[in-house]
Design a protein around this ligand. Structure first.
Ligand code: FAD
Length: 309
C-alpha cells in the first residue's frame, strides 16, 4: 500500500535546503507505485510534480499545494552490451557501475549530484561530456495518459541542458539505456576517482546550492568575446562564455541578500549561507539578471528549475 504523507517539509530534500512543505508527498520505488501516485493526484484533482535528488530545484517558501512524487525506482544492469538504468538511481552509482563493468564514456560525470533520470531530463554535463551523447533509448511514462513511450536518442532532442523530457512536462523518465565503450576497468575507475577528487578540491560540492544557477550564454558582442579570450587564454567556443565570468565582470561576486550569496569561489553558484529563504534567492537572482542585462545586454537564463512560484 502506497504511503502518501501530508504536509511534508521539502527543504531537507533539496541541496539548496530551501522551500516550504508539500501538501502531499510520496516516495515511489516501482512503476506500479508511480502509477498509483498519479492516480491519487487525478482522483483528488491535484497538481503533481516529480522530483528526485533535489539538486537542481528551487522550491518556494510557500511550498507546493499538490502531490510531490519523489522518484526512487533504482536499478542498474548490463543487457546485450548496453547499460540499463532506472531513473531514481543516483548518477554516481551509474558512473561507478559502468566503470566497474568496464564501460567508458561517462567518468567525467562523477560528482554531478542527483539522479540518473534528472540527469537525462536536463542533459547533465561536465568537463565536455553530456549524458545525452551516451543515451541509446529512454523509456518514459506520460503522466496524463499513463502510456509508456520509448524514445531513441535522436527523438530525445538533447541539447545544452535540455531534452524533450524538459520541454514536455508530462513525460516522466522511467529508465534509459546507455551505449558506452568497452574499456579497462582499472582505467575507468582511475578516471572516476580523478574527477571526483578534482571536484572535491573546488570545495563547492557540500555548499547549499543547486550547482550552476544560469546556463552559459551565447553572446554577440565581438569586443566582449575578445576580452574573454584575452583574459582567459581560451577560445569562446561557439560564442559561448561562462555565466560565472559575466556575473563576476558585473561586480557581483559575494553580493548578498538576506542569507543568500553569489559565491565568492564560483560566481555562477548561488549559495544559501544558512538562514536564507527562497524569496532571497529570487531577489538576488533578479538583481544578477538585471545587472548583467543592463551592463552587457545579455539575458541570463536559469539552469535551475522552479517549483511553487
Ligand atoms: C554541487 C552541485 C554541482 C552540480 N554540478 C553539475 C554539473 O557539473 N553538471 C550538471 O549538468 N549539473 C550539475 N548540477 C545540477 C544537478 O546535479 C543536475 O541538474 C542533476 O541532473 C539534477 O538531478 P536531480 O535528480 O537532483 O533532479 P531534481 O533537482 O530532483 O529535479 C530537477 C528537474 O528535473 C525533473 N526531474 C527529475 N527527475 C525526473 C524524471 N525521472 N523524469 C522527469 N523529470 C524529472 C524535476 O521535475 C525538476 O524539474 C550540480 C548541482 C549541485 C548541487
Amino acid at each position: 500500500m502506497l504511503k502518501i504523507q501530508e504536509n511534508v517539509p521539502l527543504a531537507p530534500m533539496t541541496s539548496f535546503r530551501l522551500g516550504g512543505e508539500a501538501k502531499y508527498f510520496v516516495d515511489v520505488k516501482t512503476l506500479e507505485e508511480l502509477k498509483e501516485a498519479l492516480q491519487f493526484a487525478k482522483v483528488k484533482d491535484l497538481n503533481f510534480y516529480v522530483m528526485a535528488g533535489g539538486t537542481n530545484l528551487l522550491i518556494s517558501d510557500a511550498g507546493f499545494d499538490g502531490l510531490i512524487i519523489r522518484m526512487k525506482i533504482s536499478q542498474a544492469e548490463v543487457q546485450d552490451g548496453l547499460v540499463e538504468i532506472s531513473a531514481g538511481t543516483p548518477l554516481i552509482k551509474v558512473v561507478n557501475f559502468s566503470a566497474e563493468n568496464g564501460f567508458a564514456g561517462i567518468e567525467s560525470l562523477a560528482g554531478v549530484p542527483g539522479s540518473f533520470g534528472g540527469a537525462v531530463r536536463g542533459n547533465a554535463g561536465a568537463y565536455g561530456t553530456e549524458i545525452g551523447s551516451h543515451v541509446d533509448e529512454v523509456t518514459a511514462l506520460n503522466g496524463d495518459t499513463l502510456e509508456i513511450v520509448k524514445f531513441k536518442n535522436q527523438q530525445c532532442d538533447f541539447s545544452y541542458r535540455s531534452s524533450i523530457f524538459k520541454k514536455n512536462k508530462k513525460l516522466i523518465v522511467l529508465s534509459a539505456t546507455l551505449k558506452l565503450t568497452p574499456a579497462d576497468v582499472a582505467q575507468c575507475k582511475a578516471k572516476v576517482m580523478e574527477t571526483v577528487m578534482g571536484r572535491t578540491k573546488k570545495g563547492l560540492q557540500g555548499a547549499k546550492s543547486a550547482g550552476s544557477y544560469f546556463m552559459n550564454p551565447k553572446i554577440n558582442s565581438q569586443d566582449l568575446l575578445k576580452e574573454f579570450e584575452d583574459e582567459k587564454g581560451v577560445p569562446a567556443r561557439g560564442g559561448v562564455v561562462p555565466a560565472a565570468w559575466i556575473i563576476d565582470k558585473a561586480g557581483l561576486r559575494g553580493k548578498t541578500i538576506g542569507g543568500i550569496q553569489v559565491s565568492q569561489e564560483h560566481t555562477n553558484y548561488i549559495i544559501n549561507t544558512g538562514d536564507g529563504t527562497a524569496e532571497n534567492v529570487i531577489m538576488l537572482v533578479s538583481l544578477v539578471k538585471q545587472q548583467v542585462r543592463d551592463q552587457f545586454g545579455i539575458q541570463l537564463v536559469e539552469e535551475v528549475n522552479y517549483l511553487g512560484f
